[in-house]
Each structure stands twice: as C-alpha cells, then as structure tokens.
Design a protein around this ligand. Sequence first.
Ligand SMILES: Cc1cc2nc3c(=O)[nH]c(=O)nc-3n(C[C@H](O)[C@H](O)[C@H](O)COP(=O)(O)OP(=O)(O)OC[C@H]3O[C@@H](n4cnc5c(N)ncnc54)[C@H](O)[C@@H]3O)c2cc1C
Length: 340
Amino acid sequence: MNGHPVKLKENVEIKPHTTFGIGGVARYFIEIKSVEELPEAIELAKKKKAPHYVIAGGSNLVFGDGLLYITLIKLCPPKTGKLIEVRGNKITCDASVVLMDLVNSAVKNSLGGMETLSGIPGTVGGAIVGNAGAYGQAIPDKLEKVLVFDGQKKKWLTKKECKFVYRGSIFSHPSEREGSAVAFSAHGKRGGFATKVTSNPSLYVLRAVFKLDKGDKKALEKKSREIIEIRDKKYPPGLKTPGSFFKNVLINEMPRESLKFLPTDRDYFGKVPAWHFLNQVGARGMREGGIAIADFHGNYLINTGSATFEDVKTLADKLKKLVKDKFGVELEEEVVYVAE
Ligand SMILES: Cc1cc2nc3c(=O)[nH]c(=O)nc-3n(C[C@H](O)[C@H](O)[C@H](O)COP(=O)(O)OP(=O)(O)OC[C@H]3O[C@@H](n4cnc5c(N)ncnc54)[C@H](O)[C@@H]3O)c2cc1C
C-alpha cells in the first residue's frame, strides 16, 4: 500500500486505451499511476474473480467486442523525464516510462544503443514484453536486468532469464516459463458474457536497467531524427493502427519449398518482411468492415473509425490463408488478441 488506494471502475470503454481504437467494454477497470501500485491492483482484481489483464501504451493490442468479463489494469505513463535515472553509462527506468522518453534520455546523455528505437510507440515495459525493435536495434541489446513481480514477490531477472525470442519473451509466452500455466480463463457463457478471455502471463515488468555505449551526442541526435522522419512517412501520425500487424517471417523457419519465394532485391538479415508476401496476394487497399489495409503497405491495418474485432479477425484469417496457399508460409500475428 502506498497511501493512495487504487480505485476500481465498472464498465469502462476500452477503445480509447488502444492505438487501434478497437474493443468493447471492460467489466472492471483499474488505472494505476505507478508500478508500485501493481500488486495492490492485482489483489483487488483477484477479489472480483475476473481474469485481469495489464496494459500500458495499448499500441500492440486488439480487444474483443462487447462486454469483456475482465479487470483491465492500465499502467499509466509518468510525466516526461520522471522515473529515469542515468548513472555513467547505465540507465534505470520504470516499466511505465514511455519508450521515446528513455531513448531521448539516452541520446541526451551521449549514450548509444537504442537511438534507432526512436518513434516506437508504447512503454519500456511493453517493449520488453514484446522484444520491440527497429532499424537494426532491439530493446534487449543493451538490457542488463529486469525487476519483475510474479504475483507474490519482486525479483530481478537477468537478460538471459527473460528468454527473448523474435518479438517475444518469457513475459509474452508463459510456456517459456518452467512450471507455469496461464493463470485462468473466464468465458463465455458465464453470466451471459459473450467473449472468452485469458489472463496475460502473471509475470510483470516493473523496472529495467540498461548498460549503453558512450557515443557522440550530435550523431545520436541526428540518427534519432532521421528515424522519426522515416517513421512519420511510414506511419502517418493520427491513424488508428497497431503498427505492423503480422511478424516478419524468419527465413530459417520457412518450409524449404517456400524459399524460392524469397525477395532477391536486398539482404533482409534472416527475416523477410511480412509485406513481401502480403503485397503479392493483393493485400494493399483491401477492406473488411471498418478496416482498410494501407494502399502503400500490405502489413498495415487501419481502423477507419467503426472497425470491430470481428472485422480484424476475418481479414487477418483471410490474409493468412491467401499467403499460405500461394507461398506455403504461415504468417503469425505480431499484435496480441485479448479475446477469443
Ligand atoms: C504506429 C506503430 C508503429 C509501431 N512500430 C513498431 C516497431 O517498429 N517495432 C516494434 O517492435 N513494435 C512496433 N509497434 C508495436 C508496439 O509499439 C510495441 O509492441 C510496444 O512495445 C508495445 O508497448 P505498449 O506499452 O503499448 O504495450 P501494450 O500494447 O499496452 O501491451 C502489449 C503487451 O505487453 C503486456 N505488458 C505491457 N506492459 C507490461 C508490464 N509492465 N508487465 C507485463 N506485461 C506488460 C500487455 O499485457 C500486452 O500483452 C508499433 C505500434 C504502432 C501503433
């Protein structure tokens, strides 16, 4: 307890808490201002006997429609610059810190190693969970250790113990954890609620320590600016989107007979962009209900205003089938569905 008991609200609209603007109503909702409040929020959520689900920036999520029988716990970002501590070439910061604030802080202190992460939306915690990366760098590169809460106690995990995989980690894949099981699932028919939801793995990121490289401040600032410019063209600000919808495809996991479909124009360093396949099955400009795929990028789904979870799922399944039938490649969602 920290003197400010967390408050539980009922029947809260989910859409405004995601960049995609999709989702129904959360039966219970708790907004917390600091990671310190997470244990208390989880205790309160457990009393409601609804699965709890922690979100932060909401930039990688697709929620189900209708009334979701969950307790949604939102970790709110602090005011810029707070909760980031720089000592020499080490930075400690809370999970709720906006990733861009961390990057700016590193650059301002002439520390290199995360400048190409500039412009990735969301928080440091969300980035660790999903192993976020862009333009040659990824969040684990300079990560030293992570403070986690396992539902009972806090403990530090080394980078190795976080078991990072491409766009995933021990935090996103409960099966990576020994002896673990997804906490619980509530469903459907209970009390007339229509949607089935499973809790996220009950291992939460509270804080992280990064060890960066000494660098040239001007060069780092320039790189960061360049990346933001590229991204602003790729993801025009203000559009409702979760960013890339499908993960890029790992070449060493592709079926042998599909390798003939690899792009030959340049080296993709072990991963083929999902758009390479999507563009060739006519994804660009496709529509389903309120969802439109960008006409310049086949892996970029946009909510035109009234899209539903059903629209997203129908389109995603259609795209996966088209790519599988033509190239033998199984696309996998990068976004996380919070519904079934
Ligand atoms: C326009 C756009 C561009 C994007 N570009 C990129 C890109 O270039 N590279 C990239 O990797 N991603 C990209 N993304 C995806 C997204 O920004 C990242 O996945 C981001 O790191 C998610 O952070 P978040 O705080 O929004 O997490 P959320 O979306 O809120 O949550 C994501 C997952 O993390 C879990 N989670 C969040 N915080 C915690 C915590 N503290 N403890 C435990 N679990 C937690 C949630 O339960 C959920 O399962 C993009 C998204 C958008 C909208």
